[in-house]
Design a protein around this ligand. Structure first.
Ligand code: UD1
Ligand code: CA
Length: 475
């Protein structure tokens, strides 16, 4: 070995920078939304790539985006930088943009396609090790696919050495028959990459600067180009169309459900259960079929959720039951029961043991410990104390067409069925309201508020009515 040739171990400690290519227009998505921001299990697909990159603890992370894609900024992990690719001239040009902030960087540069979201940090670490072990100046990642479709084909000579990558569009029939494809993860020697970038040409079917063409530049320069052949077919799945988005989402979803099941969650029918990335579910909780847990939802231990539930940004505490309901931005306390057919809207808070029963809608309200809203009610902008019962069909009339007003209901209250509480109004502790009342004035502690027409019974009415009709010859 020559004295100036780095040994494997000294190269292993070389600094690492990661460039994530995320500026592509994603034309095949046919979308207003930048491709890398399309969600997979509730999270932009770029975030998965950034996660994997971050596990390598690189010295620098540069994300290449279009000038108009400010939304991407919010996703960048701390310390990551954004480089703008002014014109979409191809993935090779995107690398050039990514190298701009790395003009002084010495070491290895890993380049990742931002639209390949299923690869984990281990695969990237193995790629880096392979690059180091091969003492290569450039390393590409490859996989063998049964159906290599639109991916770039990896060409090798009789010795098995990489001789290039040809894009499917530019490939001859013989090249198209190759099943080893370019995954889109690369490692380059930073100094050599800088030296070769200006030599890139756009002489291909698309008239773009291909990153894959850059690999040819390394070969032409006499640099060793290694191939890291992975068996991980899923990790190499790119997202270019909504069909591929769905395929990748299905795999991510299955991974999330599998992790939850291994953590002690029963999922009766994984094929109809959807759980977003980052949703936490406690052990011995049962998720019944057709349940969707989205956003920043957390479910405690020993709960039952489903069948037929949609929860987004909801916290459900231990031992609660939610059946066939739609919950958004609310908190269900321990041991509560919700549903069936209940709509809990943002700002709703059910304290321990509370109940929101069938055909009940609650918005921006607190239902105190042990209190119940069992049937057919609308509760909005209300505060309900403890151990209170809200009779069937109760409505808080909280809106006069211009403003919303609060309703305050104390502890141990019995609201009679079909009460309309015309807000702002307060019902004191231990009070009652008569069934069918329209309560417009405060009800003091311990009082009964009744506001309805008094009943009168007209004795003998039916017989008199019959006689009258007979006299008129109608019967
Ligand atoms: C690319 C590879 C192909 C490989 C496949 C793996 C090239 C030329 N081809 O094809 O060999 O099999 O990925 O998934 O690289 N990008 C920019 N700016 C641009 C163009 C692209 O940032 O101007 C980014 C994209 O956001 C994407 C990546 O570069 O993350 C690859 O571009 P894309 O157009 O998706 O290339 P593919 O046709 O998928
Ligand atoms: Ca792609």
């Amino acid at each position: 070995m020559f004295a100036d040739q780095p040994t494997s171990s000294s190269r292993a400690s070389r600094p690492l920078a990661v460039i994530v290519l995320a500026a592509g227009l994603g034309t095949r998505m046919r979308s207003e939304l930048p491709k890398v921001l399309h969600p997979i299990c509730g999270r932009p697909l770029l975030a998965y790539v950034l996660d994997a990159a971050a596990t390598l603890e690189p010295a620098r992370i540069v994300v290449v985006t279009g000038a108009e894609h400010d939304e991407v900024e919010a996703l960048l992990p701390s310390g990551a930088e954004r480089a703008v690719q002014a014109e979409r001239l191809g993935s090779g040009d995107a690398v050039r943009a990514g190298m701009a902030p790395l003009s002084d960087f010495e070491g290895d540069v890993m380049v990742l396609n931002g639209d390949v979201p299923l690869a984990g940090g281990e695969l990237l670490a193995a790629l880096r090790r392979h690059h180091v072990d091969c003492t290569a100046r450039a390393t590409i990642t490859t996989v063998v696919l049964a159906d290599p479709i639109h991916y770039g084909r990896v060409l090798r000579d009789a010795n098995g050495d990489v001789t290039g990558i040809v894009e499917a569009r530019d490939a001859s029939p013989a090249e198209l028959a190759v099943r080893e494809i370019n995954v889109g993860f690369y490692v380059f020697d930073a100094a050599e990459l800088r030296r070769l970038l200006p030599a890139m040409t756009a002489d291909n079917a698309q008239g773009e600067y291909y990153l894959t063409e850059l690999v040819h530049r390394f070969l032409q320069a006499g640099d060793r180009v290694a191939a890291f052949l992975t068996a991980d077919v899923e990790a190499s799945m790119g997202v270019n169309s909504r069909v591929e988005l769905a395929a990748v989402t299905a795999i991510m979803r299955a991974r999330i459900l599998e992790r939850l099941m291994l953590e002690g969650v029963t999922i009766q029918d994984p094929s109809s259960t959807y759980v977003d990335w980052g949703v936490a579910v406690g052990s011995d909780t049962v998720l019944l079929p057709q349940t969707i847990l989205a956003g920043a939802t957390t479910i405690g231990a020993g709960c039952t959720v489903g069948p037929g539930c949609f929860l987004t940004d909801v916290r459900v505490d231990d031992g609660a039951t939610v059946v066939s309901s739609h919950l958004v931005g609310c908190h269900v306390g321990p041991g509560c029961t919700v549903g069936p057919f209940t709509h809990l809207r943002p700002g709703t808070e059910l304290a321990a043991g509370a109940k929101a029963g069938s055909y009940v809608e609650i918005k921006a309200s607190r239902v105190g410990r042990g209190s119940k809203v069992p049937h057919l009610s609308y509760v909005g902008d209300a505060t309900i104390g403890e151990d209170t019962n809200i009779g069937a069909g109760t409505i808080t009339a909280n809106y006069d067409g211009e403003r919303k007003y609060p309703t305050v209901i104390g502890n141990d209250v019995k609201i009679g069925s079909d009460t309309v509480l015309v807000a702002p109004v307060t019902v004191g502790d231990g009070a009652y309201t008569g069934a069918g009342s329209a309560i417009t004035k405060d009800v003091p502690d311990g009082a009964l508020g009744v506001a309805r027409g008094r009943q009168e019974n007209v004795e003998g009415y039916a017989a008199r009515r019959r006689a009258r009709r007979r006299d008129q010859g109608q019967e």
